[in-house]
Unconditional design. Structure first.
Length: 456
């Protein structure tokens, strides 16, 4: 595979006047927004909601991205630089930027359908069939929506409807989104001022992760708890892998207590760990997954990052009551079953399944070698450890300040990464695309090692 390159682009000249071109021809001139190309902007006034103002130098904007690289422009000077993107859309860019097969599938689908309510498209039906099979279920049903938080909330609604119990059990250190309800499940990553004003929608039991205390905690909550929601591998915590025996015992207990067990694979699924689902590393046999799992949640890289899509994949053998639910009233949303998102997801599945899953296994080997390079470099530093599984890398630092300083040094070296871990950990996550080439991996490794050594 050849290395994807971003051709140099001349800096966009600033228009002579904000009124010299029509707004229809230049959407950047919408009232209230600065025109692209201006060098005299008061950057503090134009921060986009959600822009990270702590980890990275302020005032940069994304211009173009292909493969493993993204071009950023410094807004004040117009200067542009190309970076290796190891933020990876927080796990949404498993196939890199602008993968030609996924873009082609999206263009083709757009010629036929955009969005039709009520009636599922052929793409949605085919994707549902394939995802049920990929999750290891003999039969099942799928609900498609537009984001991870929405998928979690649909799964929780299903759990309440089928069990009659409103409570939810989640792991300490887990992240399940920032939705109106899911924010209460992700409290390790939520500012305290937001938690203080967030109403408790339902009882939430937080289980000690990878700890036998979780068994007693789950049993104590059984009277009001109908759903166990868990990440097989803690994603936002920095790819933390539990003991397989512990997880199996917890899932068996949940089954005995009559709870639904839902695996949140939104960040670590879709090939990121070397297998389609991360739980395959922990609960291998399909027969066991069929008996323990009621559902799987997928999003982020499901549609190859080019279109927002998420899926709630349900095990029909474990959820027979689904046929009694009024789906439109209980689960319906405006943008379900997107033909465009489903077409992109089918193309992404084709990439993952080609040559017996060669893309996943190659990426796991390549990123694994990169991870071992970083392990050797980190061994000379105090309070710095490296771990990961498949195509994941996490670097633990002793404190947030050290982690943020590493991110800044990596930025100077032309690599984008970020600090995660919420309130509990100081971890830098590296999420390269599965399409990373050996040459790119070697170059990235050299830059990251220099960033580590500069902080020694």
């Amino acid at each position: 595979m050849t290395s994807a390159r971003i051709a140099p682009r001349a800096a966009r000249p600033a228009p002579k006047s904000a009124h010299s071109a029509s707004k229809s021809a230049h959407p950047e001139l919408v009232e209230g927004c600065p025109s692209r190309g201006h060098s005299d902007l008061d950057l503090s006034r134009w921060l986009v909601l959600g822009e990270d103002r702590g980890q990275f130098p302020p005032g940069w904007q994304a211009v173009r991205a292909r493969g493993a690289r993204v071009r950023l422009r410094e807004m004040a000077s117009g200067r542009e630089r190309v970076f290796f993107d190891l933020i990876g859309g927080y796990g949404g860019n498993n196939f890199g930027h602008g993968h030609p097969a996924i873009r082609a599938a999206l263009r083709m689908a757009l010629e036929e359908l955009d969005h039709v309510a009520v009636f599922p498209s052929g793409q949605a039906q085919e994707l549902a069939r394939r995802l049920v099979k990929k999750c290891g279920f003999a039969s099942g049903r799928c609900y498609f929506t537009v984001g991870g938080s929405q998928a979690v909330e649909i799964a929780l609604r299903i759990g309440r409807l089928l069990t009659g119990k409103p409570g939810i059990a989640v792991m300490e250190g887990a992240f399940h989104g920032y939705g109106a309800e899911t924010v209460a499940l992700s409290r390790d990553y939520v500012p305290e001022e937001l938690m203080r004003v967030t109403p408790a929608a339902a009882p939430v039991t937080r289980l000690a992760w990878n700890d036998e205390r979780a068994f007693a905690q789950l049993s104590a909550a059984a009277q009001t708890t109908g759903t166990l929601l868990f990440e097989p591998i803690l994603g936002a915590a920095g790819f933390r892998v539990p003991d397989a025996r512990w997880l199996g015992q917890l899932l068996e207990l949940a089954r005995e207590l009559g709870m639904l067990s839902i695996a949140d694979e939104i960040q670590v699924g879709c090939g990121r760990t070397g297998k389609f689902l991360a739980i395959e590393h922990l609960v291998g046999p399909r027969s066991r997954r069929r008996s323990w799992l009621d559902g799987v949640l997928l999003s982020k890289s499901l549609a190859g990052s080019v279109y927002p899509l998420s899926a709630v994949v349900l095990n029909a053998d474990r959820t027979p009551g689904l046929s009694t639910i009024d789906e439109t009233a209980a689960l319906g949303e405006s943008f379900t079953n997107s033909p465009l998102g489903c077409a992109a997801a089918l193309a992404a599945l084709d990439l993952l399944e080609a040559d017996g899953g060669a893309l996943m296994s190659k990426a796991a080997r390549l990123v694994g070698a990169l991870r071992r390079q970083l392990e050797r470099a980190a061994a000379t530093r105090r309070s710095c450890t490296v771990r990961g599984l498949g195509a994941t890398i996490a670097v633990d630092f002793g404190d947030k300040r050290s982690a943020t300083q590493f991110v800044r040094r990596a930025f100077d070296q032309g690599v984008l990464c970020y600090v995660c871990g919420g309130h509990r950990w100081a971890t830098v996550k590296l999420i390269p695309p599965l399409t990373l080439t050996p040459q790119e991996a070697e170059e990235v490794g050299g830059r990251l090692i220099r960033a580590l050594e500069m902080g020694a």
